[in-house]
Design a binder for this molecule. Structure first.
Ligand SMILES: [Zn+2]
Length: 312
């Protein structure tokens, strides 16, 4: 349930958006009117000049709903449904990815990695995770139809969606590039490898853009703690990767490739694996929280649509 008591910050925001207009007769009675540039969160209608206590002439939503910030729960339920499906797919994709990693580690450890059916299952898991992830991030970054042109999340959304298109192209190439005859030389001589490289680079850009986008989205829940999580997890992942590379270089340069170096590098790999596992669990917890919050906003939006909830 949404907090029924108005948040003081948001009230201040609402107060900024409206200004008392004196009655022509000089009485003390006044009608707050929307003075700043605000749009209806349900339909995008320009609310300037309308009474704050009134209804949107376009969709009938209470004007006051759109004056407290860009809360998701006052948005179009159809838009929230896309976000909700996206959040589920993104979570499913990551869980599949983790299962794929675990599968690869276990099968490699017991030495059956190259058995045909095992590597086929692993490739199928990877492909499933990729398709789920691309579709999920595309849906969760759906533009809000009401905020067209003035959504602060537009920049990270554009980068995210562009990287998804490039990643999809890279994925197609890496899976099916071998079937296309090529005459070009250099990197493009091997379309499968070029596709893999393209997909990996796009995946990196995608991750950074996605974390910025989620931070923006959390501000619309609004949940300031949740808004910190994507950037925190992004930074932790960067530290894990850089630390493991630095440690590996240190081990190899100090002990070489002898027995000492072998043991050292196994320790680094193991430590990195444990750190990545812990990170993955935190990332899954964050994605689940996003899913829950979006679903809650969607439920409230649907009930407002049915007229069951009045604005507070
Ligand atoms: Zn409206």
């Amino acid at each position: 349930m949404p907090d029924p008591t108005p948040d003081p910050d948001l009230l201040a925001d609402g107060t900024y958006a409206v200004e008392p207009v004196a009655e022509p007769g000089g009485g003390t009675d006044f009608t707050p009117v929307v003075e700043l540039e605000r749009v209806c969160l349900r339909c995008g209608y320009d609310l300037r000049g309308l009474a704050a206590a009134g209804l949107c002439p376009e969709c009938g939503a209470p004007v006051i709903n759109s004056l407290r910030g860009r809360h998701l729960r006052y948005s179009d339920p159809a838009f929230l449904t896309m976000l909700s499906i996206g959040a589920r797919l993104v979570l499913a994709a990551f869980v599949l990815l983790v299962i794929g990693w675990a599968w690869a580690v276990v099968t490699r450890a017991i030495g059956v990695f190259w058995v045909g059916s095992v590597s086929l299952a692993s490739a199928a898991l990877g492909l499933g995770a990729s398709i789920c992830g691309l579709a999920g991030w595309w849906l969760i970054s759906s533009p809000d139809p009401a905020l067209r042109g003035h959504d602060p999340a537009d920049r990270s959304r554009s980068v995210l969606r562009a990287s998804l298109i490039v990643a999809a192209a890279g994925m197609m190439l890496s899976h099916f590039g071998g079937m296309i005859p090529v005459t070009a030389g250099g990197m493009f001589a091997n379309l499968t490898r070029a596709g893999f490289l393209l997909g990996t680079l796009a995946g990196l850009v995608k991750f950074f853009a996605a974390m910025s986008y989620l931070a923006r989205l959390a501000q619309r829940i609004p949940d300031e703690d949740l808004a910190m999580s994507p950037r925190f997890l992004r930074n932790v992942l960067v530290v894990i990767v850089l630390a493991s590379i630095a440690l590996m270089v240190l081990v190899v340069t100090s002990s070489g490739f002898g027995p000492g170096g072998m043991i050292g590098s196994y320790v680094v790999i193991l430590a990195t694996g444990v750190a990545l596992l812990v990170w993955s669990l935190l990332y899954i917890a964050m994605l689940r929280l996003f899913g829950r919050e979006i679903d809650e906003a969607r439920r409230v939006a649907a009930r407002i649509e049915e007229g069951a909830l009045r604005p507070f």
